[in-house]
Design a binder for this molecule. Structure first.
Ligand SMILES: Cc1cc2nc3c(=O)[nH]c(=O)nc-3n(C[C@H](O)[C@H](O)[C@H](O)COP(=O)(O)OP(=O)(O)OC[C@H]3O[C@@H](n4cnc5c(N)ncnc54)[C@H](O)[C@@H]3O)c2cc1C
Length: 381
């Protein structure tokens, strides 16, 4: 299953295990089960701290769970976590053993503070680059919340379930069988969704902030660049953004950023944010601006920015860098069928349309690229 190079890499990574873990597989006589068995055996052979057994009673067959020795598994893989999900597998093995995740102390506290007992299912395709973040976030939540499980389900492995649940976009997340979201989501976004008090807590903190000299609405390349420019002048600068990184979070390869021959969207976004933080800019992520009152409309002569959670921020000046979002066609059915047949990411969601007749709307570069990519998967474009 694993080539020589990957085996060597995995063996080295498993040296970081903090304690013994167990892989618990649930299999039958099918070919898919044979592949899961092979992968599990190969991993177990790479470290004395990993054991495997094949008498599991996981909800899905075939699948395997990852458990701290002596505990029940809370992180499950229903399918082969290869392709983009291989990192999710490595992190699940290490973090289950006690290896500290690379998140801030504040985020880790929020995860532990969720205090939930839920079963999360996330449907993925192995070609989806937006899926691993969601899988890894839910795995981490399961690892730090006893009583919670997280299962990555490869749609190609469980096609009947995909049809039954009408899944036409990945990643798609269910909490205790209730649909709670789809598409790219960061760990922070998922925590905010699960923490029912988070909006009120955030509003209280935001209301207490002093007025800014420059407040930037939008955390994409434009907003981050504005923030660096302003903060370097030594003035009090803040960014308020619905999603830090903006559109670049939705792409992988970027090859036209002068002086950087090739980078990846999420990496570029993380580096932009780190750059902005160097200048002490106050970043208020996952906050949507719903209203702005100009300086001439307020009593104190400051611009007033209202957020969706009700909080109000004040600033001498405001820069709007709210970028762009998927263009909608405004045709009947578009909203109802979003993620149930209307999709926006051909190479994430394409595999779910295997054997189907598909129409690509749009005839620019992206439309043509989507049609070419889909032609290799679907019945007819
Ligand atoms: C799939 C894809 C691939 C791409 N590939 C490339 C490439 O290879 N090279 C290239 O040069 N460009 C590429 N682009 C285009 C590039 O990503 C955009 O030009 C760039 O991100 C625009 O930056 P921006 O800061 O103006 O806006 P955006 O990136 O759109 O950011 C807008 C910001 O505003 C926030 N926002 C919006 N409304 C609100 C609100 N009401 N309240 C709070 N915040 C709000 C958003 O959350 C986001 O943080 C690609 C785009 C996509 C979608």
């Amino acid at each position: 299953m694993l080539d020589q190079n990957t085996t060597a890499q995995l063996k080295t990574l498993l040296e970081r295990l903090e304690g013994p873990i167990e892989l618990v597989a649930t299999i039958d006589a099918s070919d898919k089960s044979a592949k899961i068995k092979e992968l599990v055996e190969e991993i177990a052979a790479l470290s004395d701290l990993v054991t495997a057994r094949f008498d599991g009673t996981n909800k899905r067959t075939p699948s395997f769970g990852v458990a701290k020795a002596g505990e029940q598994p809370r992180v499950f893989f229903a399918g082969l976590p290869m392709g983009h999900e291989f990192t999710s597998l490595i992190l699940a093995l290490l973090q289950t053993s006690g290896y500290a995740p690379k998140v801030s102390a504040e985020v880790l506290e929020s995860i532990k503070g969720l205090g939930i007992k839920s079963d999360f299912d996330v449907f993925v395709s192995l070609s989806c680059h937006n899926c691993p973040d969601v899988v890894q976030a839910l795995n981490l939540i399961a690892i730090y919340n006893p009583g919670t499980t997280a299962t990555m389900i490869d749609g190609a492995f469980f096609q009947e379930e995909v049809e039954e649940r009408k899944i036409m976009a990945v990643p798609m997340v269910f909490q205790d069988n209730e649909h709670i979201g789809q598409g790219r989501m960061t760990l922070e976004e998922i925590i905010a969704k699960l923490d029912t008090d988070s909006a009120a807590k955030d509003a209280e903190k935001l209301n207490a902030k002093e007025a800014f000299d420059v407040l930037i609405v939008g955390g994409g390349p434009a907003g981050n660049t504005s923030a660096i420019y302003a903060a370097r002048k030594g003035i009090r600068t803040g960014i308020v953004a619905e999603r830090m990184g903006g559109q670049v979070m939705d792409t992988m390869d970027i090859e036209n950023f002068t002086s950087v021959q090739k980078t990846q969207g999420p990496k570029f976004a993380a580096e932009m944010e780190a750059h902005v933080r160097e200048y002490g800019v106050d970043i208020m992520n996952l906050q949507r601006v719903s209203d702005i009152k100009g300086a001439d409309e307020t009593e104190n002569g400051l611009v007033e920015v209202t957020l969706e959670n009700g909080a109000k921020l004040e600033s001498k000046t405001v820069i709007l860098s709210t970028g762009a979002r998927w263009r909608e066609m405004n045709v009947p059915g578009e909203q109802e069928y979003k993620t149930r047949g209307v999709a926006y990411c051909p190479h994430c969601d394409g595999p779910l349309f295997k054997g189907k007749r598909v129409a690509v709307i749009g005839g620019g570069n992206s439309g043509v690229e989507a049609a070419i990519d889909l032609a290799g998967i679907v019945e007819h474009v």
